[in-house]
Design a protein around this ligand. Structure first.
Ligand code: ADP
Length: 484
């Protein structure tokens, strides 16, 4: 149940199933008790009707009991024929308890079952005029009413009218099975409807998610969500998110402005400092230790200047005020320029350097100085992170309508866990490695490389194995229309 949509649908279906089940249960219980009442009334009226017939016949004829061929007392023929019309079980007993009449339904019962009913009718001690009894261990369950006959002459005992309880249960049970049939259909309908309602209700949430995702990539914080006219929950959510984004945009802008201003403000004093130290170094007859101190200071100033430049570049890029001055250039020229610097660095570090460029020109519309900065950063890193004896290889070539430039080294490599972070600002692989140590740096170089590649509509990828080396590949679109 990963989505609210699925959960809503499930809840909706469960709620509907429970409602249907509860409704069916209530209806079943109600119908069952109504059926029992009906049954009770029916047999009561059958018993009284029979008593009425007996009383009426007694008044008209006097004698209602005769003897059959076996000599037993029985109800006279035409009266018995009349009572056959009464449905269900009907038993009439004599005052001594012997059976005078049994209806056709009753005659269909076994002898023991009829005996059981007869005993009930001839047992006035029970004192009950209605009841339910099971005939035998697994015979039918009978609901009965007993009416004692008082106004049809002295021969009569009681009338027992009874009906199978099953006839009262059949209706409600049918209802239940109908429900059992309807329930799965209802559930399917609930699932479909639930899905539809949930998707309908959550479509707006989906839209908000998509829009927020697009906005929060960091560069589109100026955009806002469309706020619905109706201020329902989603309307208020969109409004709240918009307010949040406005505050975020403001603080982001303030942060960028601060970094840009601070870097900018630092540039002039650094230039003055650098000029001062450079001038001081040239002073003749300077004591050795003073000279060393000045040289160290100059190095530090150079590093700070680089850092401030990098910060300013990134702050301007973030603010969108670092325009690219694009013009068609042959990338081979830039690679060759970088090669010169790279070879100097490589020689100092005892690293071999090789370059492979295609014979035909690779002309792309780019900001030449930015692309130079990008390649130089990669080459500097490659040399910096490759121990003496290793090699660095730069390769330029066209690929599938794009241009790729790779810088591969046989250096120390980058751990797999570090790879996702290397383009982050101020990130350096080994935190123990100091800014001024064996491999100085601030951790901004790759962040700038990434920005330059992406600003040209391209991308930068890295493949690395610790101890084996690293390859950075920059891909740039060749078609000017594809460049943003
Ligand atoms: P730095 O100034 O530290 O070189 P970068 O942004 O250029 O900053 O690089 C970030 C980190 O990525 C480096 O500190 C280093 O750990 C790792 N890295 C970059 N290039 C390489 C490479 N060619 N080989 C191994 N590690 C590298």
């Amino acid at each position: 149940m990963q989505t609210i949509r699925a959960r809503l649908t499930a809840w909706y279906s469960v709620a509907l199933a429970l409602t249907l089940a509860a409704f069916a249960a209530v209806l079943y219980v109600d119908r069952r008790s109504a059926s029992y009442q009906d049954l009770d009334q029916r047999i009561q009226s059958e018993a009284s009707l029979t008593a009425g017939i007996l009383a009426e016949s007694f008044r008209a004829r006097g004698v209602l009991v005769g003897r059959d061929t076996a000599g037993s007392l029985v109800l006279i023929g035409d009266l018995a024929g009349l009572l056959e019309a009464v449905p269900d079980f009907l038993l009439i007993t004599a005052h001594d308890g012997t059976l005078l009449f049994a209806s056709s339904d009753a005659r269909a019962l076994t002898f023991q079952q009829v005996e059981q009913l007869r005993r009930l009718a001839s047992d006035p001690a029970s004192g009950r005029s209605t009841g339910t009894v099971r005939l035998g261990a697994d015979g039918p369950k009978i609901h009965y009413a007993i009416h004692y006959v008082t106004d049809a002459g002295p021969q009569f005992g009681a009338i027992l009218a009874g009906a199978n309880v099953r006839s009262a249960e059949l209706g409600p049970e049918q209802l239940l099975s109908t429900f059992a049939l309807i329930l799965p259909l209802g559930l399917v309908a609930a699932l479909l409807m639930g899905t539809w309602i949930a998707s309908h209700a959550l479509a707006a949430v989906d839209q908000i998610i998509t829009e927020v995702r697009e906005i929060t990539d960091g560069r589109s914080l100026h955009r806002r969500l469309a706020e619905p006219v109706v201020k329902d929950e989603l309307g208020r959510l969109a409004e709240t998110l918009n307010q949040m984004m406005m505050r975020l945009e403001r603080s982001f802008a303030a942060l960028r402005r601060f970094t840009a201003d601070a870097s900018h403000e630092l540039k002039t004093p650094l230039t003055v400092l650098r000029a001062g130290v450079e001038r001081a170094i040239t002073t003749p007859n300077l004591p050795q230790d003073a000279l060393a101190a000045l040289e160290e200071t100059l190095q530090e100033i150079k590093r700070m200047t680089e850092l401030v430049d990098a910060l300013l570049t990134l702050a301007r890029a973030d603010e969108g005020i670092a325009p690219l001055h694009r013009e068609p250039v042959d990338l081979r020229g830039i690679v060759e320029e970088v090669q010169e610097t790279g070879e100097l660095l490589a020689e100092q570090a005892g690293v071999r350097m090789s370059v492979a460029t295609p014979a035909e020109p690779i002309v792309v519309s780019v900001d030449a100085s930015r692309i130079r900065q990008l390649i130089l950063n990669l080459v500097t890193n490659a040399v910096k992170y490759t121990p003496a004896g290793g090699s660095v290889r730069m390769q330029l070539g066209p690929a599938n309508g794009r241009v790729t430039l790779s810088v591969a080294d046989t250096g120390i490599g980058i751990a797999a866990g570090d790879l996702p972070h290397i383009f982050d600002r101020f990130w350096r692989a080994d935190s123990a490695r100091t800014r001024t140590g064996e491999r100085p740096g601030a951790g901004l170089g790759l962040a700038i490389c990434k920005w330059i590649a992406e600003a040209h509509g391209g991308q930068i990828d890295v493949v690395s194995r610790p101890g084996r080396g690293t390859t950075f590949t920059v891909t740039l679109p060749r078609d000017p229309a594809a460049q943003s």
